[in-house]
Design a protein around this ligand. Structure first.
Ligand code: ADP
Length: 527
């Protein structure tokens, strides 16, 4: 027998002992009061009452008694019956005692829980009553024997139908239990947060046994952070589904979706709660998002490869054409084909193409260094103002060639800590973009220092950037314009932001389509 069932049985039989003892005592009082002239000594009655009291008391201490309360009760009621008939005999069995015997036998019949014990009891009563009819001859002509027989018959028939009803009830209980436990969802029923029922699925979800959960406060299976919200919902009798974290027995949490509603059973207001584990659902959702991101990465990379091949091919084609030209010229007229002036012009053109190629390859290498975490910076005192002047001088020729101007406004010295080569790269990237996307209009570059920060602004009045691209231009391979218009890999601003962030700074952009863009870099000043 399960511990809980044993406990239930102990409580039941302990109660029956208490009832039998007290009723028999009360009966003594009643007889003394109403029919004082009868033989009704308390002494031997106390033996019977003591029997019930003894086992009632010992059941709190002894396990043996707890396990044997049922046969002890059976024996007790036999003793009681025997004692009653003893009093019956001593009082000559008049009509009062005949009625008393009917009441006693009928009441005791209800103490038996199986057909066989009731049948044995009936035989016992039959034997005693037949014996009494012999001992008290007046009884033979009274209602005593037929009355008792009728009562015994009725008790035995009643027991049969009671047992049948109980069996049907047990069967329907069992069926309900099976269904309750077979559902995939976790289900629980609580009354004002006290858990009354839990099914297998929920117990399993919470890593606990059902017995451990029944009787506890419903909030104990909710993660502490979600308890207040949960209590509110119970109070407000909310019935819309909601997500919270359940608390498992081992202290870990489990993501669950809860639906609850109030129900009335009999006169009791209960709350029925169904619980669904959503960890899996969330995991699947996360995986789906990850797969989508992966697919997007692959797409962006494919696009990049096509842009990169195109970008690399342009200077290569030009180089190839130049060398073919030189080769052809040399074959035609080797002596005078290349005077010094022409040679240096060719070399300059070839040099520019080679520079472009190295720049592209360098950008790609930078990106791969960043991805692999191999992007290392030196840390030395750097005068940002000097770097800005150098970069402007370097690009001035290119700017003039494109019909654009660079206007620099900077103090003598703005000192920061960092990697001068990389910081130059930042300034040059921004200036080159200004030249590329600046519509041949002047480009302003301003440097200032305030509140512990150096501030570098590179602004143009060119094509500008559409709002939806403003943040994306700092991402890898992202371009805000079609690759056919102006060449580029979409890596410059990504590398620029990485360098700025590695220096503890930030970069931002303000732009209006068709009006121009302003990039601002803020870097901590050297202490
Ligand atoms: P690339 O210039 O090689 O495409 P960048 O990372 O330097 O790559 O720039 C990303 C994109 O941001 C560019 O393709 C362009 O669309 C936009 N962009 C950058 N600078 C400017 C600017 N000054 N004005 C307008 N658009 C710009």
């Amino acid at each position: 027998m399960q511990p809980r069932e044993l406990e239930k049985e102990v409580t039941l039989f302990r109660r029956l002992h208490a009832i039998a003892g007290s009723v028999y005592l009360a009966w003594w009082f009643l007889l003394e009061l109403l029919l004082p002239h009868y033989y009704n000594p308390i002494s031997n009655r106390l033996i019977v009452i003591g029997w019930f009291a003894l086992w009632f008391t010992l059941s709190f201490f002894s396990n043996w008694v707890r396990r044997h309360l049922r046969p002890l009760l059976d024996f007790g009621v036999l003793m009681l019956t025997a004692h009653f008939f003893f009093l019956f005999y001593r009082n000559g069995g008049d009509s009062n005692w005949v009625v008393g015997s009917f009441i006693t036998v009928m009441a005791i019949s209800y103490c038996f829980l199986s057909e066989i014990t009731l049948l044995l009891y009936s035989l016992f009563v039959l034997v005693i009553s037949v014996a009494l009819t012999f001992l008290l001859p007046g009884l033979a002509t009274s209602i005593f024997l037929p009355g008792l027989l009728t009562i015994m018959l009725q008790a035995n028939i009643g027991m049969r139908s009671r047992l049948r009803a109980l069996a049907a009830l047990a069967q329907s209980n069992e069926q309900f239990d099976r269904l309750f436990n077979a559902t995939f969802e976790g289900v629980l029923v609580h009354r004002q947060r006290k858990i009354l029922m839990v099914n297998d699925a929920l117990a399993q979800m919470l890593g606990a046994r059902k017995e451990e959960l029944i009787g506890t406060d419903m909030l104990e299976i909710v993660a502490p952070a979600d308890r207040a919200a949960s209590a509110e919902r119970i109070k407000a009798a909310e019935s819309t589904p909601y997500e919270i974290r359940g608390l498992r027995k081992d202290g870990s949490t489990v993501e669950i979706e809860v639906r609850a509603k109030n129900i009335t059973l009999g006169k009791e207001l209960l709350r029925l709660v169904t619980v669904q584990q959503i960890d899996y659902r969330k995991k699947i959702e996360q995986e789906r998002v990850a797969i989508q991101a992966l697919a997007e990465n692959v797409r962006v990379r494919d696009e990049f490869i096509s842009i990169a091949s195109h970008e690399l091919k342009t200077p290569l084609t030009s180089l190839k054409l130049r060398t073919q030209m030189i080769e052809r010229d040399l074959k035609k007229n080797p002596a005078e084909t290349y005077p010094a002036a022409k040679t240096s012009e060719f070399v300059a053109i070839i040099g520019r193409q080679i520079d472009r190629l190295s720049e592209l390859v360098e950008s790609m290498l930078d990106v791969s260094r960043i991805s692999l975490g191999k992007f290392h910076l030196r840390s030395e005192p750097v005068n940002l103002a000097a770097l800005a002047r150098e970069s402007v001088n370097l690009l001035r020729a290119q700017a003039e060639e494109q019909g654009s101007a660079i206007i620099l406004a900077a103090p003598e010295e703005v000192m920061v800590n960092g990697d001068s080569a990389r910081l130059s790269q930042v300034i040059e990237n921004l200036l080159t973009n200004g030249l590329k996307y600046g519509n041949r209009k002047p480009i302003r570059i301003e440097l200032s220092a305030s509140q512990g920060m150096a501030r570098l602004l590179v602004a143009d009045s060119g094509i500008g950037i559409a709002p939806e691209y403003l943040e994306r231009v700092f991402e890898r391979f992202e371009r805000a314009i079609s690759s056919k218009n102006i060449s580029g890999l979409g890596l410059g601003l990504y590398i620029t932001r990485q360098i700025v962030q590695a220096h503890g700074g930030i970069i931002s952009v303000q732009s209006k389509l068709g009006e121009g863009s302003a990039f601002t870099v803020s870097l901590p000043l050297r202490a």
